[in-house]
Design a protein around this ligand. Structure first.
Ligand code: THU
Length: 136
């Protein structure tokens, strides 16, 4: 369970990552930060493409960067959408990918600018997930 301080630090990494977003088409920057089991923070941002379907979300970018660095389990996630007045949660595709490497009780915080945030869990974002239910 990430502490209040850890979640705040995670969110500030997500906010910083959003500044690296490549979003010339949507102008909607997203930053994500994952906490690993050993306390490492891995960040990612959205990267768009002129062939729109090739765009990768910040959340999946962060997961793939973590996996490429040898991590296999993430205990918390923060998402920053500084161009949105309300907190924006991960898309359905990202929820599925996140659930591969996070337990149902893993904490998720998403926040906007002006500052407002929602705290939830992977299980709440992807309920009735068969793999989690089977504890595989
Ligand atoms: N985006 C993310 O990075 N994460 C989400 O969960 C929602 C959408 C990105 C994709 C695209 O670059 C931009 O936000 C607008 O949809």
């Amino acid at each position: 369970m990430a502490s209040k301080k850890q979640l705040e630090e995670l969110f500030s990494h997500a906010r910083a990552a959003a500044d690296f977003a490549y979003a010339p088409y949507s102008h909607f920057r997203v930053g994500a930060a994952l906490l690993t089991e050993d306390g490492t923070i891995i960040s990612g941002c959205n990267v768009e493409n002129r062939s729109f379907g090739l765009t990768i979300c910040a959340e999946r970018n962060a997961v793939f960067q973590g996996i490429a660095k040898g991590h296999r389990k993430f205990t918390a996630l923060a998402i920053s959408t500084p161009d949105s007045p309300v907190p924006v949660g991960p898309c359905g595709a990202c929820r599925q990918v996140l659930s591969e490497f996070m337990n149902a009780n893993a904490q998720v915080r998403f926040g906007s600018s002006p500052p407002d945030h929602i705290d939830t869990t992977i299980g709440d974002l992807l309920p009735l997930d068969s793999l989690h239910d089977l504890k595989t």
